[in-house]
Design a protein around this ligand. Structure first.
Ligand code: ADP
Length: 334
């Protein structure tokens, strides 16, 4: 497992809590989503109602969980969290729902992985604020109706395409999070470095930001690594030179691409003559699932102009060919 893969996984450690912005003003980036959500929150406050249910979608580490907490804070309500694969039995969901109070948020991460049986319970809860659950089995079996406070479901997903139509239709909005610009990530790194008391200059924080694959979670993790490195190898102050040395040790290139990104691009270049090649063939070659390629890796590669999606398949761009040292005339022109 490479550094990026482990870093993309959720960790709810202490440091993640310290670094998590609590209000919209402390949260750089995602301007459109923030603006829409803050209107949504204000309106609910003015009417003193629960907000409508909504979905936050986008690649891991971009701030879906953070935004759910911010919305709860800004609304002045509580939040309970769970995740799709964890909710196995109707009782798990019932327990969560009945622990809420009016206006609270129920945040379900990886909502596309919610078992279908649980999802069905959730529908009546979302729509009419009750659930019917079965008590006992066999002859004693009976159904009991539980009323539920007027809550707001916030579902997070990296795979919007896998969210069922009934679930989506019960949500008022779907907000898509985008990768962050280097400037936005620079602000995030600066803010985080102050919070973890890591002294660094501007160039160093920009370097960390530029190598973070557009992703705040990666930026924060790289920052921690750079701080450790500077503490052990120098006096703790992070200069550009130190940041570069520390980041090079993790095999993170200056474009911020991770090993899977590079594997995908190299596969297309060298195994499939620069494309066009179908996503299934790429998936088999790199040993990753099609869905993960499409929703976690490809969006960044496409946004940054490394990869092009055409009708006949995926093709690498000229920029990628130059990076990999592939000669133009060896391949189909793109
Ligand atoms: P997701 O739920 O989308 O996987 P999280 O909300 O857990 O992502 O965010 C991952 C980490 O990145 C958290 O430590 C969070 O504090 C940080 N983070 C995410 N977005 C921002 C942002 N816009 N500004 C500052 N920190 C952020």
């Amino acid at each position: 497992e490479n550094f990026f893969e482990s870093t993309l996984k959720k960790e709810s450690g202490e440091s993640e809590n310290i670094l998590r912005p609590k209000y919209f003003v402390d949260f750089p980036g995602q301007d459109q989503v923030k603006e829409r959500l803050s209107i949504f929150v204000e309106a609910a406050k003015m009417r003193d109602e629960a907000m409508g249910h909504f979905i936050l979608s986008g690649p891991p580490g971009l701030g879906k969980t953070t935004l759910a907490y911010i919305v709860a804070n800004e609304r002045g309500k509580g939040i309970k969290t769970s995740s799709g694969p964890v909710l196995e039995k109707p009782g798990d969901l019932a327990g969560l729902l009945t622990s809420l109070t009016d206006g609270d948020i129920l945040f379900i991460d990886e909502i596309h992985r919610l078992p279908i049986a649980i999802e069905e319970y959730l529908y009546s809860a979302m729509e009419d604020f009750f659930i019917d659950i079965m008590i006992d089995q066999g002859v004693g079996a009976r159904s009991v109706r539980l009323n539920i406070p007027k809550f707001t479901l916030v579902g997070a997903t990296t795979r919007l395409g896998l969210c069922s139509a009934p679930l989506r239709s019960r949500c008022q909005h779907v907000h898509r999070l985008e990768y962050y610009s280097p400037e936005e990530l620079g602000r995030i790194v600066k803010r985080s470095s102050e919070l973890i008391k890591c002294e660094m200059d501007h160039q160093a924080s920009d370097e960390v930001a530029g190598r973070s694959r557009g992703t705040p979670r990666i930026a924060n993790n790289l920052l921690h690594w750079v701080r450790d490195y500077a503490q052990v190898k120098a006096d703790g102050f992070v200069t550009l030179e130190l940041a570069n040395k520390a980041l090079n040790m993790l095999n993170i290139d200056s474009n911020g691409l991770d090993e899977m990104d590079k594997k995908i691009l190299k596969t297309i270049a060298f195994n499939f003559e620069c494309g066009p090649v179908g996503i299934k063939n790429i998936a088999v070659s790199v040993g990753e699932e099609v869905g993960t390629l499409e929703e976690v890796y490809e969006p960044y590669l496409i946004q940054e102009g490394y990869l092009v999606r055409t009708q006949t398949g995926r093709v690498i761009s000229r920029k990628t060919k130059q990076m990999l040292g592939v000669q133009e005339n060896q391949s189909n022109e793109q």
